[in-house]
Write a protein that binds this ligand. Structure first.
Ligand code: FPP
Length: 246
C-alpha cells in the first residue's frame, strides 16, 4: 500500500499541531474537546514515528504566547498535559522513548513542572526516539537566552571570540545536541512558522496541510512522509553536486 523508503525518513520531524479549536467549533463542541481529540493524534503520531525509526520528534504543544488565551483554556491544556504525561510515561518506557522538553519550563504550574521532570527522569535511560515537547516555547526568547549565555561566557573568558561559530551557538539553544529538523509539518492550513525553531529550520523542508490536527491520522501522516521523500534537498547546491555527494 504505502511504499516509504526507510532510508529516506526524516531523522528529525517537527510538527506545529494546529486546528484543535476549529475542529471542535466546526462540530459545535467546546474547544477543549478539540484539544482532547488532539491528544489522541499525539499518541498515534508518537508511536508510529517511533515504530518507523524516526530519531527525533518535536511537537509544538504550548507557545509562550498561549498563556494569553482565556484562563479556562490554559488551565484545561495544563491539566491535559499532566494527564498525558502520567498516562504516557509507561508507554514511553515500553517503546524505549526518551522524553524531553524545550521552552521556559519554570513558567509551568508547579504540578505540571513536576510531572515533566518525572517523565524526563524516568525515561532518561531510553535510547530510542527522542520525543521533545515545546512547552511555553518561543524561538525569539530561545535565541535571546542563547545570545545572553554566549555573551556571558565571552565576558568571563570561557569562550574566545574566534571560537564563535554556528555550531558553538547552537549549543546554547534549548535544542543543544539535537540535529536540526529535516521536515516541519504544520496542520490546519495556516502557512506560518509562529515563532517555532527559527534557527533550527534554516534548511528544513516545510509541509503544510489543510487538515486540522485531530484529523491528522495515518493517511495524512504517510502522505506528508511520501511527499518529503519525493523532494530533493540541495542545501544551496545545484542538483549535479547533490547527486555526486550521495
Ligand atoms: C492548536 O490548536 C493547538 C494547541 C495550542 C496546542 C496543542 C495541544 C494539544 C495537541 C493537546 C495537548 C498536548 C499534549 C502533548 C498533551 P488551536 O487551539 O490553536 O486551534 P485553532 O487554531 O483552530 O484555534
Amino acid at each position: 500500500m504505502h511504499t516509504l523508503d526507510p532510508e529516506k525518513l526524516p531523522r528529525h520531524l517537527a510538527i506545529i499541531m494546529d486546528g484543535n479549536g476549529r475542529w471542535a467549533q466546526e462540530r459545535m463542541l467546546k474547544r477543549i474537546v478539540g484539544h482532547r481529540k488532539g491528544v489522541e493524534t499525539v499518541r498515534y503520531i508518537v508511536e508510529e514515528s517511533s515504530r518507523l525509526g524516526i530519531g527525533y520528534l518535536t511537537l509544538f504543544a504550548f507557545s509562550s504566547e498561549n498563556w494569553l488565551r482565556p484562563k479556562t483554556e490554559v488551565r484545561s491544556l495544563m491539566a491535559l498535559l499532566k494527564r498525558y504525561l502520567a498516562g504516557e510515561t509507561p508507554r514511553m518506557m515500553a517503546n524505549n522513548i526518551r522524553f524531553n522538553v524545550i521552552g521556559d519550563r519554570e513558567e509551568l504550574p508547579g504540578d505540571v513542572e513536576r510531572a515533566v521532570r518525572e517523565a524526563i527522569d524516568k525515561t532518561s535511560g531510553n535510547n530510542g526516539m527522542v520525543l521533545t515537547l515545546a512547552l511555553s516555547y518561543g524561538a525569539r526568547r530561545e535565541l535571546l537566552r542563547a545570545a545572553a549565555g554566549l555573551a556571558s561566557d565571552l565576558a568571563a573568558g570561557r569562550v574566545r571570540e574566534d571560537e564563535v561559530s554556528e555550531n558553538l551557538f547552537a549549543g546554547y539553544l534549548y535544542t543543544a545536541g539535537i540535529p536540526d529538523p529535516d521536515l516541519l509539518i504544520r496542520t490546519s492550513g495556516e502557512m506560518r512558522i509562529s515563532n517555532f525553531l527559527l534557527w533550527q529550520i534554516a534548511y528544513s523542508e516545510l509541509y503544510f496541510t489543510d487538515v486540522n490536527w485531530p484529523d491528522f491520522g495515518r493517511e495524512e501522516f504517510y502522505r506528508a512522509l511520501d511527499n518529503y521523500q519525493s523532494r530533493e534537498r540541495r542545501y544551496g547546491l545545484i542538483s549535479d553536486q547533490v547527486r555526486k555527494r550521495r
